[in-house]
Design a protein. Structure first.
Length: 125
């Protein structure tokens, strides 16, 4: 399972909605909705280190479900544009689903390097 993180800031009223949506998408995709890593960002310094541009932020294996441009890091609420062009305080569930599916599919194609016998370039016996 990919690492799924929800980064949030205490002042954000949208954290619970984002968490509920994220759990629903994971469950729909057959993944454990309880495996979400919740990470509170408490200071501006932490926001800078995390490249946290606002709450809620969802990352799957370190990839933002809604990539940010030149937005500054900080303790603030994020605004997302849904696929139907409406504005929302949480990401579009389909954007979350797409990143999860892409991550799961990419990891399924990668050989297990921890065991040389599972690599496609096995040595002949």
């Amino acid at each position: 399972m990919p690492e799924v993180e929800l980064l949030w800031w205490e002042g954000c009223p949208s954290t619970e909605k984002a968490l509920a949506t994220l759990r629903e998408v994971l469950d729909d995709e057959g993944l454990d909705p309880e495996a979400i890593v919740l990470r509170e960002v408490r200071t501006d310094g932490a926001a800078e280190r995390e490249r946290f541009v606002g709450s809620p932020t969802i990352r799957v294996d370190g990839v933002e479900v809604a990539p940010v441009g030149a937005e500054p890091a900080g303790l603030t609420c994020r605004v997302y544009r849904l696929r139907d062009n409406r504005i929302s305080p949480t990401p579009d569930p389909e954007d979350i689903r797409d990143v999860i599916r892409r991550t799961v599919n990419d990891s399924a194609r990668m050989p297990d390097r921890s065991n040389p016998l599972t690599d496609s370039a096995r040595m002949p016996l």
